[in-house]
Each structure stands twice: as structure tokens, then as C-alpha cells.
Design a protein. Structure first.
Lengths: 864, 202
């Protein structure tokens, strides 16, 4: 955090000054480790084993915050007798379908709900990354479920959790993660001792956590700990995701993602959502409790914002205009389709996949096989010049005279040359004022897309084709200003906020959304950002003039709430858990919720409220159910649906690993998304043969002085000067083993690529003793490419393409490689070297590792 | 500590008192700056300098474009040019601080390496050409419509609606504003274009 989010890290140091204990877990010693109370070097890709160890420590020693756990989580809920755990299935839960490599979730459900709630096959859900839809709400579950308040029932969640993590002992943590037991116990003791009524602990992760084939389950494990310790919805608690780019949170909320519409509404699927009603019912699940019960209002209001007068209740608000998913249309599937000649055109909007995406060579080969490519950026980035200067030109794989891709480079406006909002990592929207005009032809994306849309509509104005109605009926009349006719970003923000269709009055809250066509809302979770016709995101009341919650600086979704689910900061009766941790509470005299933040609860619903039998929607949420978006109002220790690779996190090895999974015969996540394509490959891992061809683990991360693919930093003089060169960090032990000299050259080889880097020999990397052997890890920054003021080989070229099944994010934080001294070969000799490694490793084009490995022996496994 | 040197140049024509007061050591001993790290060390030249922030004609309240912490920035402008970018001390998030990248934002936005004109590479060409922005926009619109026309899918094999094109794709970065993402998604969706992705997937 000190490296990649340095200014945010000041608050960690502030907490430390006030007595907090800071633990840092990372494969590499960084500036964060330097100031932490304890540093735990970890084998990359084993976080579930470490955190699972903490879960076991909590349960074994009964250190959970029992009152919180009983009242606010699903610990007492009883699960179907058809459920069987990975402990009994050698790494598999019940319901695995080997044909599709996905689960049928019926047996994971709560007792009595096996066939009625979130059951069924999940192959379609994996292809449409449906895990992402649950960012703002829980997955489907029926509310009335059997519970055992004593937590003794063998099938209650608490007992299932206990059995599931029973083998995640300190010994096992040491064996899997390479973390000594005393270090692990120090972490577990501090975490539990600093949680409870009077204290809270926070878990902070950077989004490298998401870049694993089990990324979502990493975060689930953290959430389980934080729920068990009562750290959710409370000040100083929570799970804090440090997202990596200025408005990456906003890019998910108002998604430019294939499977989502604004506010986490799913993009319709051709088979599941043929009609508006079926689409809406798949979101709100009629009869289910919680605020998602109002989904019809949000859905109708979005379509009303898109299609205005043309959208009526009679025509289902033009639902028929929406395009339909048939499967996986994600960025990696797209790139493979480009290589196969299935895609004609590609827009890159401030994004540089030639350097920033996994498997750079596949990215560049895909772009070289397009009809046309539009690149909008500040600088001439690698994704615009791959046909001219890319590594494949040097190897002869791309010949400019034979590359047909027509490339348009359009200069973009910088962040000071346009106005608009970013949503930062805590869901806070901050409006930026425009300082100057963009230079020359540079324009904002707002300008580009508004005028592009205007032009497209003009070109089709005379069309009578049904397919063109959606474009011609679209509301696309934003006011413009200035000689360049810049559209008004505030008018777009107003539409995002939503308005009363008749009066034009901006809405104040998503509770005002209606399903009768009287409201139009571009993104319902952002409703309120333009309340009272005031741009609330532009608020800049100084921190010196308000309290520590700073509610008048910017605007946070939803409803300007700074801590989600903050009802949990009070006990079931509505009183603060302690004076020290007072945040939101029930004021019995005024009969309303109050506190420092906007209460995340119906303002006048008393703690004593109990829903009438059969109640659904918000009415079904009891006065002591803080997790109001969940179908049962509870925090989920166990997820009966919504997470496609299991109701509980399980340690699987990364797809490329030098180690056989010490816990189960199942080696890697059996539901991971693989692509059998000639350009793609996976280095062999145990139990497959030849894993020793790639004996080392490599991991990548950021430098303080560079940013992502380097387009905004290798082009900037002071930053280029501070970090001028691609390098690889290796331990002194590995340097000796591989014959590497400090400040000399090395090259790293995977089944996809070979890259070179200067060698930095440092004890920031520690060889780890794992399962009786020494594992060497090397570290490389992923910022470098062949354009800009400073250049170097791209670390992401080393990776193949394998994705997390829930969100289709690639495993690009860990891979295996060989490390050799000296510079890499060039030209055809480079291809020969990679081919030689592929031959030795038994990698065949289009082949990939078996998904199921339970029929293979496990060396040294307990009980085998 | 005693540091500084006599300002020998300009002694002639200067009164003795002015001369002595021009001596940093004297100011250090007699003034409010005994350590000689502030006012005492100032030369006449440095005393005459003003900060770029003072000379600014306008200041825009902005947000750092790098990571997602969301540090407040103040962007100082003179003569239509960005002259300085500083941390916003009012921000409850950043308290006026910026990291090396945020502090280099002025170099980012004023970089001489920025492309400010449209560039165009024809199929099979070995070089870039210039292209008028308006023409570029028109050519892009034509290509989108052609790709859509060639790849349009009305319905699946069972007659269920698809209403889409898989003929083109998009990948956006996360320095796009919410308003921009909103228009991108709205326009592409209305065209039936599904393959819209973002750094958020990566």
C-alpha cells in the first residue's frame, strides 16, 4: 500500500500512531513492510490457506464475536443434507459436473430450499461473469430458513465452517504458504485480540488479489474472518479494496463491461431473459426479502433514461432493443476471436492491452488481425504502434507491409482538460473542474462519443430497418457549449442521477424510482448525487470545517453513505456496541436511526420490528438484519449461491505452480475458465510431468513511480528518470543458484514468451521452505513496454490466459518461469528458445492442463 | 549551524547597514531564523521571486488521475496553461499530499510528448499520416456501421431475439469519467454492440 497507494497509506500510519498493529503479507518486502509491526513473506497464490488458518484459529478457540455472529450472520442457518464438503470430496464440493467444469448448486442451498432458490447449473453464469452482478446485492436465497441458535446442529453453517477449515492448522499454513508458525500465530492473535465490542480490525487488499484463478474466494475468506470477528459495518473495520485506477470503481458501477448495465443490472441473456418480466424477476426474485425487491423500478427507469418517450409500459420500455448475451464476450475471448478473424473493429479508450493485459503477444497478434482500430490516448502507446515497433515485428510475426489493420490515433483530453466525476476506491464521487482547453485535436471521451453518436444517428436517419430504431429512438440531446461544442457533463450526471419525467425534477433517492414510466434513472445507485439540482459530487467543504466522517466532501453511493451496512455498528437492540465504536444507533426518543453517517437502514424501522409471515422486499427485513441487500438480511459466512466455485473458499494451487496441492488431490480451481486456443498455453504443474522445466515462481506488481501499463508514467520525464529501467528482483540464494550477477542481465522464460531485465539481487525476496523444499520467487514490475521515454520488455507477456470463474479476471499475479543469466536472444532465435521450452515441457498448441486431478497420486499428502 | 556566504556583488553603492543586513549570518544571529534555513538565507533575488501559485489567474479543484485513492488536486492556470498542480489541503482523503506520480501530474498534462493531432495508418502502410479530426470521425462512423451491417444478428436458431453485433469491440481505461462511461455504454448498447469492456475486468 505504501508503494502503490502512498497517500492512502498515511491513514495506516495514523492508526499505527494511535496504537494499531500493522501486519504486512506480501511475497516481497516493500516500503509497507519496512514500517509494519510484522512482515510475513508468503508464497504467491496461497492466501486462502493463510486466511483459512485464521478462520480455524478463531473457531477452534471460540474467539468469534458471538453476539454479532448469531444475530447478523448466517452462522445458525441449516444447510441441505445433500451438501458435501471439499474435505469429503478431495477438493470438490457436491454438485460438480465434469463435462462443463462447473457446479450444479442445488445441494449447496439452505435446508428446504434445494430446488427453489439459487439452485441449478452455473455454466451460463460463468460465461457471463455473473458473480459481478452481486457487487451491490446478494445472490438469490429465500428468507425463511431453518436455524439453530445454539450453533450445535451438525449442518448449521458454523459447524460446516469448522469442519471445512479444520485442516488449516498452523502447521499446514507453514507447509503451504512458507510462513513460520510463530509468525502466523502472531497475526492470528493480534487480529482476534483487536476485534470485538471495543475494537475493530481492518483488512486491506490491493486488487492484485482479484488477479488469481481463485480471486473472488480470496476476498470471500477475508470477509468470513471480518464477519466472524464482527468487523463489518463498523468504524475501523471492513474489507478495504484498494482499487488501482482513478475511476475503476466508477467503471464497474456505470459499467463499460459486457455483462452489466448501470447499477449492476445484468445484460440480458438470450435464453434466460426473453422478456422484460423474466429479466426483472431474475434480479428481484419475487417473494425474496431485501431492497433488491424494487428491481423493476430500477430496470424500468434505466430503459426510460435510454429511450425516453419511446419507452412506455405498453412496450416494456423498449426492452426488446437491448442486445443479448449468448455466452462469454469478455476481453480475453474477444482477443482470441480477433486472432481468429471474427472481429473487425476495436476501440481502445485510454487502455493499453499490448502491455497491460495478460499474454501481450496474443493481444498484439489480435490487433494485427483487425480491419480497423481506434486508439484514443494522451500518448503514442504500444497498442497504437504494435504494427511498427512491437516485439513481433522483430521476430517477423508481424510484417507491416502485410498487416491490414487500419489505425486511427485520436488524441484524448487529460483529466484537467475536461469536467466530470471519478469514483474513487471508497465509492466516493468527486467532481473535477475543467482547468484548461485540451490542445489541438485532443478531445474528451464525452465529446467523442456524443458527436460520434450524433453522426451515426444522422447517417441512419432515413433508415426504416427495425435494428436501427434503438439508435434513432435513443435520448441523445445533451446541451453543448463553447466553440468545440463540448457536451455538458453536468447534464449527463443529472441523467445518471435520474429525474421525474413529467416535471424534470432531479430525484433525491432511489426510493423515488417507479416502475410506471414516471421516472428516468441512468444509474440507480448514484441517485442523490444530483439531489435538489445540486452537483453533490462537487462539494468541497474543508476537512477543517467538518467532522471526521467528512460527509460534505464529494458524494458516496448509495445515498452518501460512507460505511456500508452500518446498522451493524449497533447491537441488535440498536445501541452502540461500545462507546468507543459508536457510529450509527437507534434513537428511541425520536424513534429513528441516527449517528455520524447516513444510516444504512430504513430510518424509522425499529430494532424490534419483525416481518409478518410471507413478507418480501424491504418489508421482509427484520429490525436487526443489517445486511439489507441480502435475501435473508444476513452476512454470509457460507454462500449458498452467487459464488460459482464453492460456497466456501478452498485452497487450490495457482494454475501454474511448482507444488502439488498439499490439501487435496484436486490441484487447481476445477471451475476456472480456460481457453484451448493455439496461441494460449499453461505451463505444466504437478501432478503433470515436466513442471521442473519452469522451476521458479514469478509475481508482478507496481512501482511507486510508474502506473499500470506505463502510458501515463513512462512518458513523463520525472517519473521516467526515477525508474528508468526494467528489472527483476532475485534473492541472493537464487542469484547464486542461477548464476545471476547484480546489475547484470537475466532473461525469464515461460511457455509464451521470453523477456529480459536487469538483475537486482536483494534480500527483499526470501526463499521459502514449502512442503519440505525451497521455493524461489522472483519479482518484476509490469509497467514496461517498447514506447515512451524509458522502455523495457513487458512482464505481462509471460502470462497465459486463465480466468477466475466468477468475474472472468485473469490470473496475472503468479506464473512459473525459468530464469537464465544474460540477455535474451532476438529475432527468430527468440521464437526458437520459447519453442524449445515448450517442447521440453510437453506444451502442445491448444492443449491445457486437466481440470480434474483427483485421479492422480499426491506425494506426501496426509493420510495417503 | 552557520551557513551562507557574503553577497559581495553589489556592495559598492550600498550603505553599510544594508550591506550588513544583506549578510545572511547577521540575519541569522539577529532575526527570527537562528537555524538559517528560512528568511535569513534569502537573497535579494529569492526574496523577489513569487510562487507560480500566486501568479495563477484561476485555480481548478481537481482529482489525481493515477490510483484510486482520489487525492484532491488544485490546478493553477495562467495564460490558458497549467502552471502548477498541488495537493488540496482541504481534502479529508489526502490532506494536501500527493505521491511522486500525483506530484508529476503537471508534467503529465504539459508533456511535450503528448500527441495533439490525429494520426492515421493505412492498411499495409509503414508510416503514419495526418488526418483531419472531422474526417476521422466520419470514417470511424462509416466503419462501425459497415461492421454492424456485416455481422448483425437478429435472432438465435430458435428465433429468440439477439439484436446485436459482435463485429466490433471496445476496451476502456479507468481514467474515463462516469459521465463518459455512461455515454459509451448507452451508445454502444443502442447499436447492439455487446463486447464493451474496461480495465475493471483486468
Amino acid at each position: 500500500m505504501a508503494e502503490a497507494h502512498p497517500v492512502g497509506f498515511q491513514w495506516v500510519m495514523e492508526a499505527k500512531r494511535r496504537g494499531a498493529k500493522v501486519f504486512h503479507v506480501d511475497p516481497r518486502f516493500t516500503r509497507t513492510s519496512a514500517v509494519a509491526d510484522a512482515y510475513l513473506p508468503i508464497r504467491a497464490g496461497t492466501d486462502i490457506a493463510l486466511l483459512g488458518g485464521v478462520v480455524r484459529y478463531i473457531l477452534d478457540n471460540e474467539l468469534d464475536f458471538r453476539e454479532y455472529v448469531l444475530a447478523y450472520t448466517n452462522a445458525a442457518t441449516i444447510v441441505s443434507e445433500r451438501f458435501s464438503d471439499t474435505e469429503d470430496g478431495d477438493g470438490f464440493f457436491s454438485g460438480f459436473d465434469p463435462e462443463t467444469g462447473t457446479y450444479v448448486q442445488d445441494s449447496w442451498q439452505y435446508e428446504g430450499n434445494e430446488d427453489s432458490s439459487g439452485s441449478g447449473h452455473t455454466a451460463k453464469e460463468r460465461d457471463s461473469a455473473s458473480g459481478l452482478e452481486h457487487e451491490s446485492h446478494g445472490a438469490r436465497v429465500d428468507g425463511d430458513t431453518p436455524r439453530d441458535e445454539t450453533l450445535q446442529h451438525p449442518r448449521c453453517v458454523y459447524q460446516i465452517l469448522k469442519r471445512h477449515f479444520s485442516r488449516y492448522t498452523p502447521e499446514m499454513v507453514e507447509r503451504v504458504c512458507g510462513i513460520p508458525q510463530d509468525k502466523f500465530l502472531e497475526l492470528a492473535q493480534a487480529w482476534t485480540a483487536n476485534s470485538g465490542r471495543d475494537r475493530t480490525g481492518m483488512l486491506i487488499y490491493s486488487v492484485g488479489w482479484t488477479q488469481h484463478s481463485v480471486g473472488v474466494q480470496y476476498i470471500r475468506t477475508g470477509a468470513i474472518i471480518q464477519l466472524l470477528l464482527g468487523n463489518m459495518g463498523r468504524p475501523g473495520g471492513g474489507v478495504m479494496a484498494l482499487r488501482g485506477h482513478a475511476s475503476i470503481q466508477g467503471s464497474t458501477d456505470i459499467p463499460t463491461l459486457f455483462n452489466l448495465l448501470p447499477g449492476y443490472l445484468p445484460m440480458p441473456h438470450h435464453a434466460d431473459h426473453p422478456t422484460f418480466d423474466e429479466w426483472v424477476d431474475s434480479i428481484r426474485h419475487p417473494g425474496q426479502k431485501g431492497f433488491w425487491g424494487n428491481a423493476e423500478s430500477f430496470a424500468a427507469s434505466l430503459l426510460k433514461a435510454y429511450w425516453g418517450d419511446a419507452a412506455t409500459p405498453e412496450n416494456d420500455y423498449c426492452y426488446g432493443y437491448l442486445p443479448r448475451l449468448t455466452g462469454d464476450h469478455g476481453t480475453y475471448q474477444q482477443v482470441l476471436n480477433m486472432i481468429d478473424g471474427k472481429i473487425k473493429g476495436y476501440f481502445l479508450l485510454g487502455q493499453n492491452p499490448a502491455v497491460g493485459s495478460a499474454h501481450g503477444r496474443a493481444q498484439r497478434l489480435g490487433m494485427a488481425n483487425l480491419d480497423w482500430l481506434v486508439v484514443r490516448d494522451l500518448f503514442m502507446i504500444e497498442s497504437a504502434t504494435f504494427w511498427q515497433n512491437g516485439p513481433e515485428v522483430a521476430t517477423g510475426e508481424i510484417v507491416p507491409e502485410e498487416c491490414r489493420t487500419e489505425v486511427f490515433f485520436l488524441p484524448a483530453a487529460s483529466h484537467v482538460e475536461k469536467e466530470g466525476t471519478f469514483t474513487q476506491t471508497q465509492r466516493l464521487l468527486q467532481w473535477r473542474e475543467k482547468a484548461v482547453e485540451p490542445p489541438g485535436d485532443a478531445r474528451s471521451e464525452l465529446w467523442f462519443f456524443y458527436h460520434l453518436g450524433r453522426r451515426l444517428r444522422e447517417k441512419l436517419a432515413a433508415s426504416s430497418l427495425p435494428r436501427d430504431r434503438a439508435l434513432l429512438d435513443l435520448t441523445w440531446d445533451y446541451p453543448t457549449h463553447g466553440p468545440r461544442e463540448e457536451p455538458s457533463a453536468e447534464s449527463v450526471l443529472r441523467e445518471i442521477n435520474g429525474y421525474d419525467v413529467t416535471t424534470g425534477r432531479p430525484l433525491s433517492s432511489f426510493a423515488e424510482a417507479r416502475a410506471d414510466g414516471s421516472t428516468a434513472i441512468g444509474c440507480w445507485i448514484y441517485t442523490g448525487v444530483y439531489a435538489d439540482g445540486v452537483n453533490q459530487a462537487a462539494r468541497r467543504k474543508s476537512r477543517h470545517e467538518q467532522d471526521w466522517v467528512a460527509a460534505e466532501w464529494g458524494w458516496a453511493w448509495p445515498a452518501n453513505r460512507r460505511i456500508l451496512y452500518n446498522r451493524a455498528s449497533a447491537d441488535p437492540d440498536g445501541n452502540p456496541w461500545s462507546e468507543r465504536k459508536r457510529y450509527v444507533w437507534w434513537d428511541a426518543e425520536k424513534a429513528e436511526w441516527t449517528g455520524y453517517d447516513v444510516p444504512d437502514f430504513e430510518k424509522t424501522k425499529p430494532p424490534s420490528y419483525r416481518p409478518p409471515a410471507g413478507a418480501s422486499g424491504p418489508e421482509g427485513i427484520a429490525g436487526d438484519d443489517p445486511f439489507v441487500m441480502q435475501g435473508d438480511g444476513k452476512g454470509w459466512l457460507y454462500a449458498p449461491s452467487g459464488v460459482l466455485d464453492g460456497p466456501l473458499p478452498t485452497h487450490y494451487e495457482p494454475v501454474e505452480s511448482p507444488v502439488r496441492n498439499p490439501l487435496y488431490r484436486q490441484q487447481a480451481n476445477p471451475t476456472r475458465k480456460s481457453y484451448a486456443h493455439p496461441v494460449n498455453s499453461v505451463n505444466p504443474s504437478p501432478p503433470e510431468e515436466h513442471s521442473q522445466v519452469f522451476p521458479y515462481v514469478f509475481t508482478v506488481s507496481r512501482l511507486t513511480e510508474h502506473h499500470t501499463a506505463g502510458g501515463m508514467s513512462r512518458t513523463v520525464r520525472p517519473l521516467a528518470e526515477l525508474q528508468p529501467e526494467m528489472f527483476v528482483e532475485v534473492s541472493p540464494e537464487l542469484a547464486a543458484e542461477a548464476g545471476l550477477a547484480h546489475l547484470g542481465w537475466a532473461h525469464l522464460i515461460s511457455g509464451r514468451a521470453v523477456i529480459e531485465a536487469k538483475v537486482l539481487v536483494t534480500d527483499r525476496l526470501t526463499p521459502l521452505r514449502v512442503d519440505g523444499r525451497v521455493i524461489h520467487q522472483v519479482w518484476v514490475p509490469y509497467h514496461f513496454g517498447f514506447e515512451g521515454l524509458v522502455t523495457g520488455d513487458s512482464a505481462n507477456d509471460l502470462f497465459g490466459i486463465t480466468l477466475d470463474p466468477n468475474v472472468l479476471i485473469q490470473e496475472s499475479k503468479i506464473g512459473t518461469c525459468d530464469v537464465r543469466s544474460g540477455r535474451r536472444p532476438t529475432g527468430k532465435a527468440l521464437l526458437d528458445l520459447v519453442a524449445d521450452y515448450q517442447r521440453r515441457a510437453g506444451i502442445t498448441p491448444g492443449g491445457h492442463a486437466p481440470a480434474v486431478t483427483t485421479d492422480q497420486d499426491v506425494e506426501g499428502r496426509d493420510g495417503s | 549551524m552557520f551557513v551562507g556566504s557574503l553577497a559581495w556583488e553589489g556592495v559598492s553603492g550600498m550603505g553599510l547597514r544594508t550591506f550588513i543586513e544583506g549578510w545572511p549570518v547577521y540575519r541569522q544571529l539577529t532575526g527570527t531564523d537562528p537555524l538559517g534555513r528560512g528568511a535569513a538565507a534569502k537573497s535579494a533575488r529569492s526574496a523577489g521571486l513569487t510562487a507560480r501559485t500566486e501568479a495563477a489567474e484561476s485555480v481548478a479543484r481537481s482529482v489525481c488521475p493515477y490510483c484510486a485513492v482520489g487525492c484532491g488536486q488544485r490546478v493553477y492556470v495562467a495564460d490558458g496553461q497549467v502552471t502548477q498542480i498541488e495537493g488540496d489541503p482541504d481534502s479529508p482523503i489526502s490532506r494536501g499530499r500527493l505521491c511522486p506520480k500525483g506530484a508529476a501530474s503537471k508534467s503529465l498534462v504539459t508533456s511535450p510528448l503528448r500527441q495533439t493531432t490525429v494520426r492515421y495508418r493505412r492498411p499495409y502502410s509503414t508510416q503514419w499520416e495526418d488526418l483531419d479530426l472531422d474526417t476521422a470521425l466520419d470514417m470511424i462512423a462509416d466503419r462501425m456501421l459497415a461492421a454492424r451491417e456485416q455481422t448483425w444478428e437478429d435472432a438465435d436458431e430458435q428465433g429468440r431475439p439477439l439484436n446485436r453485433t459482435l463485429g466490433f469491440a471496445s476496451l476502456g481505461g479507468a481514467t474515463l469519467d462516469n459521465e463518459e462511461n455512461y455515454l459509451i455504454k448507452k451508445l454502444f448498447t443502442a447499436m447492439g454492440a455487446l463486447q464493451i469492456e474496461n480495465q475493471a475486468r483486468i
